[in-house]
Design a binder for this molecule. Structure first.
Ligand SMILES: Cc1cc2nc3c(=O)[nH]c(=O)nc-3n(C[C@H](O)[C@H](O)[C@H](O)COP(=O)(O)OP(=O)(O)OC[C@H]3O[C@@H](n4cnc5c(N)ncnc54)[C@H](O)[C@@H]3O)c2cc1C
Ligand code: SF4
Length: 467
């Protein structure tokens, strides 16, 4: 009742935009413990309901308050293999449903989570736990993002021999080659992977399953398979001029940036870089925001982010009450670094010169509901405008997993949205093949991928060793 919410905040703007170090700061222990003390230990903890991994939030807030970092970490880790990832990049639906948020500001649950896990690593509480008994069963995990890693951890701890296949040169999925270093340092991934290797998980990088290892070899060599290969098909914008040089998918740009920071040399002819360019980011979501922060660090001359939907309101609408996720305006650290944000704009065409992007034609759109209550978009007459641009980054989400290749060759069923169809056990139409994360749910969040990996792992364990 006497302590207000205190966030650690970001590094000063004129410091952070010159490097790719994490932007978020930390509180000292006294402040952190005080922040944990704000938890009211509600009879019905809605934060626990709001958290996709079902984190026992009031329990570890109390342990943090008492300064028992070891026990706090153990409770936190009991429902989430990677609190160090979610503590950094989770949008924290728990905080949106915190009871305090009804009349005051929520507990800083996400920051408390990051702080707890960092204390646990610093104090030596996170040690390899090598399974004492091995079952002799072999599991293949295809894809090393949070879903695959979460499943691999649990199945390895259950005693199965787990091999994680990754087509990229390094493990981590979008944690590694999507989310920028300024949100999640890659040393944080490597620290956990070192433990996994000691615990016995086998990682095979630069292996595209379906090509380097055929589907027949996969099914013959392993007792069960978990598909955790993400939703990699980006939503395109098939308007005039789409094929001009300088129009790219966001992930091509972001992936290259993360690789450069890791020391990989990108060949000149393939390089997508924002230096001295007027950048237009199409798509107002989080990936777009990551393109903004990356463009600013690459020293773009200007960055504009546009969105086809109207500007969200700053406060909850009456039909969007607590404890649900608020559909309100979100402003990231990157947005504060110097970008123009605009809404209700549709892209009509890309205009080029000698095969390179020069300008974009935009038109303002209006949104109204039809008689059936569906949203209808119309172009505002006479609102067309031309914007000078040198680099366009398409950041409009992902439609589905890539079917061509592994998934089609396995002959498993898809759902109506083109994702891999699974039942409640995350089992596909082939009983030996399970799927988890974006590949079966569509593009989502790290925390949801971790939870999906947990469910798949529990059911693969049951499939391999029925009681
Ligand atoms: C730019 C960006 C920023 C994001 N930021 C956030 C954020 O801040 N917070 C948040 O919660 N979520 C964020 N997300 C979403 C989040 O990253 C994803 O929802 C999550 O990573 C999905 O996990 P996954 O394990 O299902 O798939 P992925 O992370 O996509 O991993 C799939 C892996 O499978 C590999 N693979 C694919 N096919 C094969 C094959 N045939 N053989 C071998 N390997 C294969 C891929 O190379 C990849 O490494 C972001 C997404 C993007 C694109
Ligand atoms: S994983 Fe996300 S939703 Fe769950 S407690 Fe952590 S920040 Fe909150």
């Amino acid at each position: 009742m006497t302590i207000g919410r205190k966030e650690a905040g970001y590094r000063p703007l004129n410091d952070r935009i010159y490097d790719y170090g994490e932007v978020e700061q930390t509180l000292d222990d006294k402040d952190r413990i005080e922040q944990a003390s704000r938890c009211m230990d509600c009879g019905i903890p809605f934060c626990h309901w709001g958290c996709p991994v079902g984190s026992k939030i009031p329990e570890w807030q109390d342990l943090v308050y008492k300064g028992n970092w070891k026990a706090a970490y153990e409770v936190l880790h009991s429902t989430n293999s990677f609190p160090e990832f979610t503590g950094r990049v989770c949008p924290a639906p728990c905080e949106k449903s915190c009871t305090l948020a009804i009349h005051d500001e929520a507990v800083t649950i996400r920051e408390n989570e990051a702080s707890t896990v960092e204390h646990a690593f610093n104090l030596g509480f996170v040690q390899p736990h090598i399974p004492e008994v091995r079952t002799g069963k072999k599991v293949a995990v295809v894809g090393s993002g949070p879903a695959g890693l979460s499943a691999a951890d649990i199945l390895n701890q259950a005693g199965h021999e787990v091999t994680v296949f990754e087509k990229n040169s390094a493990v981590g999925g979008l944690l590694r080659f999507g989310i920028p270093d300024f949100k999640l340092s890659k040393t944080v991934i490597d620290r956990r992977l070192d433990i996994f290797v000691e615990e016995g998980i086998i990682f095979k990088t630069n292996v595209t399953v379906g090509t380097d290892l055929t589907q027949d070899e996969l099914l013959a060599q392993f007792d069960a398979v978990i598909l955790a290969n993400g939703a990699e098909q980006p939503r395109d914008l098939p308007v005039e001029g789409r094929d001009l040089d300088g129009v790219h998918f966001a992930l091509e740009f972001l992936g290259q940036s993360n690789k450069r920071i890791a020391g990989v040399v990108i060949p000149e002819e393939e390089s997508i870089h924002a230096k001295d360019k007027k950048v237009l980011v199409i798509g107002g979501g989080d990936t777009g925001s990551d393109c903004v922060g990356t463009s600013i660090r690459q020293k773009a001359t200007s960055v504009t982010q546009i969105e086809i939907l109207p500007k969200p309101s700053e406060t909850r609408a009456s039909n969007n009450p607590w404890p649900y996720w608020p559909n309100t305006l979100r402003t990231s650290s990157s947005h504060k670094e110097g970008c123009e944000r605009r809404w209700s704009l549709s892209t009509k065409r890309f205009i080029g010169e000698n095969g390179r992007i020069k300008q974009v034609e935009l038109v303002t759109v209006e949104w109204d509901k039809d008689a059936a209550g569906r949203w209808i978009m119309t172009e505002k007459p006479g609102s067309s405008e031309i914007l000078d641009v040198d680099l366009v980054l398409l950041s409009m989400g992902f439609t589905q997993p890539v079917h061509n290749g592994l998934l089609d060759s396995l002959g498993i069923e898809y759902d109506g949205r083109g994702n891999v169809k699974v039942n409640a056990k995350k089992q596909t139409s082939n009983e030996k093949i399970f799927a988890c994360g974006d590949v079966e749910a569509g593009a989502s969040l790290v925390v949801r991928a971790i939870e999906a990996g947990k469910i798949a792992a529990a059911n693969v364990d049951e499939f391999l060793c029925p009681e």
